[in-house]
Design a protein around this ligand. Structure first.
Ligand code: HEC
Length: 118
């Protein structure tokens, strides 16, 4: 009898845990209003891309460091193509899993707003 109660209890705890987890995922905010290059985009690109695409490294002959440089890849569509892993583009970050969806949305919103240097 005690064992059954224990199982029920464990079941409830696990059930709660998954509920909380689900709510967390649903409620996790991704605010893409008024994206700023300096405070939003740069944070993602410098932490996830500069290890290969800083000016001093220039891996694959691609430099993303500096507004004027990254703007080249905004304009030719390769920045979005690479992070969204569209066909015809090299999937980035190379050899790593896809960026979190909120990071991709952040970059995409910035590009769609005309990629301002703000
Ligand atoms: C581990 C190193 C590495 C990381 C990290 C990395 N890249 Fe790259 N990237 C490369 C190399 C090497 C190339 C050139 C070869 C190729 O296109 O696959 C490249 C090419 C590109 C290109 C040109 C793609 C094309 O289709 O011509 C873009 C745009 C790009 N990277 C963006 C990014 C962005 C944005 C990030 C961060 C989210 C990133 N990369 C992270 C190594 C990396």
């Amino acid at each position: 009898m005690d064992k059954i109660l224990l199982l029920v209890f464990v079941g409830m705890v696990i059930g709660c845990y998954y509920d909380v987890e689900e709510d967390f995922q649903v409620n996790q905010e991704c605010n893409v209003d008024n994206i700023s290059y300096a405070s939003d985009v740069l944070e993602i690109v410098s932490s996830r891309c500069y290890k290969c695409h800083a000016a001093a490294l220039n891996l694959g002959n691609v430099t993303l460091e500096g507004y004027d440089k990254i703007k080249i890849y905004v304009n030719n569509g390769k920045l979005l193509g690479a992070v969204k892993r569209e066909s015809g583009f090299s999937p980035m970050p190379q050899n790593e899993s896809m960026l979190p969806s909120c990071d991709i949305l952040t970059i995409e919103s910035w590009v769609n707003a005309g990629a301002p240097n703000n």
